[in-house]
Ligand binder design. Structure first.
Ligand code: MG
Length: 252
């Protein structure tokens, strides 16, 4: 298993590979099999950025039965996809900013996949090979806005509403991982990726028949039940077995 991230350095953002208590700076994005530059930094004190450079984030609605039930929605026969803009991406540790237009902003803990190669009309087998790594994701949602509108775009796209990180893990079997969300330390969501209606390779294949996926793109796979509101001053954590903890403060 390998862990890759992106950090802020005096010379700008850099991809890194984690090894023990140190990070090795990489010359290029990890999906290009880059060499290490030789620059090494201690893990402590690193400022994490979103671990990938994505052209887009594609997310999945109602991909866990119990979440579809709590939303009062049927389980979709085909994956229900929507998009979040890259400008919504938000790093580990950075605040989620509650927009004035919403009084009910929810957390949605999700497993996200990072795509490693250009993918168009891929089979499930090709899609499985093109998944470069996995990471924790919080598909932050203005639920009151979402209820008022047929489209997801506004409710899902506010700046900071796509929390991702702290790093991405390559080589981990993601088919049966525990996904949890804690708000101020209290468990709110708990599910297993094995309960997904449509599994990761199928989702990536399906999306690639709609739009070309590019290296670095993020596919977030839907949230288990237990979604709920976050308020000013809260701290929200998404933890996925083997992937780490994505933590973000919440600010009005
Ligand atoms: Mg979601």
């Amino acid at each position: 298993m390998q862990r890759f991230g992106r950090i802020e350095t005096p010379s700008g953002p850099r991809f890194v590979e984690l090894e023990g208590e140190r990070v090795h700076v990489l010359a290029d994005a990890p999906w290009t099999t880059p060499h290490r530059t030789g620059e090494v930094m201690p893990l402590g004190g690193v400022r994490w950025l979103v671990p990938t450079t994505a052209s887009k984030v594609v997310a999945i609605g109602q991909n866990y039965r119990k979440h579809a039930e709590e939303m009062g929605k049927p389980v979709p026969a085909e994956p229900l996809i929507f998009m979040k803009p890259m400008t919504a991406l938000n790093a580990h540790g950075a605040p989620i900013l509650l927009p004035p237009a919403s009084q009910e902003v929810h957390h949605e803990a999700e497993l996200a996949l990072v795509i490693g190669r250009t993918l168009t009309r891929a089979t499930e087998a090709e899609a499985a090979k093109a998944i470069f790594a996995a990471t924790c994701f919080n598909d932050v949602t203005a639920r009151d806005v979402q209820r008022r509108e047929a489209q997801h775009t506004r409710a899902k796209s506010y700046d900071t509403f796509a929390c991702c990180g702290p790093w991405m893990v390559r080589g981990l079997d993601v088919s049966d991982l525990l996904v949890t969300c804690r708000l101020n330390g209290e468990l709110k969501q708990s599910g297993r990726t094995s309960d997904m209606v449509h599994a990761p390779a199928k989702l990536v294949s399906f999306i690639s028949h709609v739009m070309t996926l590019l290296p670095g793109d993020v596919v977030s796979t839907g949230t288990p039940s237990g979604v709920g509101p976050m308020n000013d001053g809260d701290v929200v954590e998404v933890e996925i077995e083997g992937l780490g903890v994505l933590s973000n403060p919440v600010r009005r």
